[in-house]
Design a binder for this molecule. Structure first.
Ligand code: NAD
Length: 475
């Protein structure tokens, strides 16, 4: 049993004043594997006060001092890669091989911030004004359970690069990962109070971040509902807010595409992170003229996808993170059938050989339309929906007919045509014939997928206020 009793405030591990405990589960076995003691409102206030006290000195540090601190963080997190992977396997169930990136990404994210900081322009002359980018203040960083360690490291490194100090409220469901990250960051020996981490409930610690007058900025990754709530509450104290929210991303398969060749990309995009990915390509738009051919190939390809024990090297899809998430996915599979979509493969219940653990059958619906709830709502599980279209303009209309706008994937042989379509898609990121990430490019969503951007210089900018100093020389 893992017993996580302490939080991290002002450079020290402390026992929270809050005395509520939450269970930690192994989603592959459904067993309780530990408990985490949750901070309360006072703990959050203490952490915010520590970050606030550390802000004047940290905000005055030079680029070199911040780079040195980030490099220490980077080294400390790299050294914990295997421990992180173990925690991710245990409490999240990410497949060991396909999910390895989740253990390497936290350090990579810090390295990418280091790159962005090296060339970041903090001061520039604009006409008669000297424009200075000044850190906004204490940042409240709130993360979800899917890739918790990665989000902590990316948000914290970016806030520190800008000269902000921080209180982090990680997902209460990912306390093992959080613990590994805290221990590593403690070893990085940053000034006390510059970062603080409080495990706690969203409606207690999260709410305190949203309301506290000493928090100047919130960076939140999570559901659209909570994001909207933070925007509303944060308005009272004029908080600067970055929101990275949900998605219902389209994968547009063009009629000149080589279906056999692109099928792995389509399924990797859709089933990424066991389907629990904000950027998952869950709506697959297929030309009506080649629908049958696509269905046959897709069905065959999904039959090869293995949902099961995340420790096994050939596992593609691990369990859902919680029973609640499993139920949610089941409800959508039921709904898809009720709505009249054709179930091509997968369906309700657990895979045959896996009656214990929150496992889902990789599921593919076809002949759906874009008004069905399975095509409009984020399922957050390995359930994909094929929607037929007729011509490029129709594909663009369907792709954009969504409340979301996080990501899109376009697959076709004629790359000029692909780019012409990409320019018409309303999404923060449009990938053509590839799933590669460009970490220095902005990441974030249109419409209900979010507000603002993370990564690269856009990420650092989000923690800064531009100030124009205009000097009259001949006074
Ligand atoms: P969630 O919104 O339920 O929780 C996210 C975090 O917010 C958790 O730490 C939670 O404790 C906290 N929270 C809950 N209520 C709060 C409140 N009232 N005030 C402040 N904080 C509160 O999301 P989740 O279920 O953990 O994560 C899944 C969601 O995250 C999905 O919708 C997914 O699309 C989204 N997501 C988005 C991105 C992105 O980059 N756009 C990345 C990953 C996940």
């Amino acid at each position: 049993m893992n017993c996580i009793e302490q939080i991290y405030i002002n450079g020290k591990f402390v026992t929270p004043l809050g005395n509520e405990w939450a269970n930690l589960y192994n989603p592959s076995t459904e067993q309780v594997i530990g408990q985490v003691r949750l901070g309360n409102k006072q703990d959050a206030q203490n952490a915010i006060a520590a970050a606030h006290a550390a802000f004047p000195a940290w905000s005055q540090t030079t680029r070199e001092e911040r780079l040195a601190a980030l490099k220490r963080m980077h080294q400390a997190i790299i050294a914990r890669e295997d421990e992180l992977m173990e925690a991710i396997l245990l409490e999240y169930g990410a497949p060991a091989v396909k999910g390895r990136w989740m253990a390497t990404y936290p350090a990579d994210a810090i390295a990418q911030v280091i790159d962005a900081l090296k060339s970041f322009v903090f001061e520039e002359q604009i006409g008669s004004a000297k424009v200075i980018q000044t850190p906004v203040g204490v940042a409240g960083l709130i993360t979800p359970w899917n890739s918790n360690a990665g989000f902590i490291c990316n948000k914290l490194a970016t806030a520190l690069a800008a000269g902000c100090t921080a209180l982090i409220k990680p997902s209460e469901m990912s306390a093992l990962q959080t613990q590994v990250v805290i221990e590593a960051l403690h070893e990085a020996n940053l000034p006390s109070g510059v970062f603080n981490i409080v495990n706690g409930r969203g409606d207690i610690v999260g709410e305190e971040i949203a309301n506290n007058t000493q928090i100047a900025k919130i960076s939140f990754t999570g559901s659209t509902t909570v994001g909207q709530h933070l925007l509303t509450v944060g308005a009272t104290t004029m908080k600067r807010i970055t929101l990275e929210l949900g998605g219902k991303s389209p994968t547009i398969v063009l009629d000149d595409a080589d279906f056999k060749m692109i099928m792995p990309l389509i399924l990797n995009a859709g089933f990424a992170n066991s389907g629990q990915a904000c950027i998952a390509g869950t709506r697959i738009l297929v030309p009506q003229s080649r629908l049958q051919e696509f269905e046959q190939l897709a069905k065959h390809a999904v039959m090869q996808i293995k949902s099961g024990n995340p420790y096994l090297a050939d596992t593609d899809i691990g369990p859902m993170v919680s029973e609640k998430q499993w139920q949610r996915v089941q409800n959508y599979i039921r709904l898809g059938q009720e709505e009249g979509a054709t179930l091509l493969i997968g369906g309700l219940g657990k895979p045959n050989d896996l009656q214990t653990g929150w496992f889902v059958k990789p599921t593919l619906f076809t002949r759906a339309n874009n008004q069905m709830r399975i095509a409009r709502e984020e399922i957050f599980g390995p359930v994909l929906t094929i929607i037929p279209y007729d011509g490029d303009e129709d594909a663009i209309t369907i792709a954009n007919d969504t409340d979301y706008g996080l990501s899109a994937l376009i697959l076709g042989t004629d790359t000029v045509r692909c780019e012409r379509i990409a320019r018409k898609i309303n999404a923060g990121r449009v990938l053509i014939n590839s799933l590669v990430n460009e970490p220095l490019a902005p990441f974030g969503g249109f419409k209900h997928s979010g507000l603002g951007r993370e990564n690269g210089r856009w990420g650092i900018n989000a923690y800064l206020e531009p100030k124009a100093i205009i000097l009259q020389e001949n006074y």
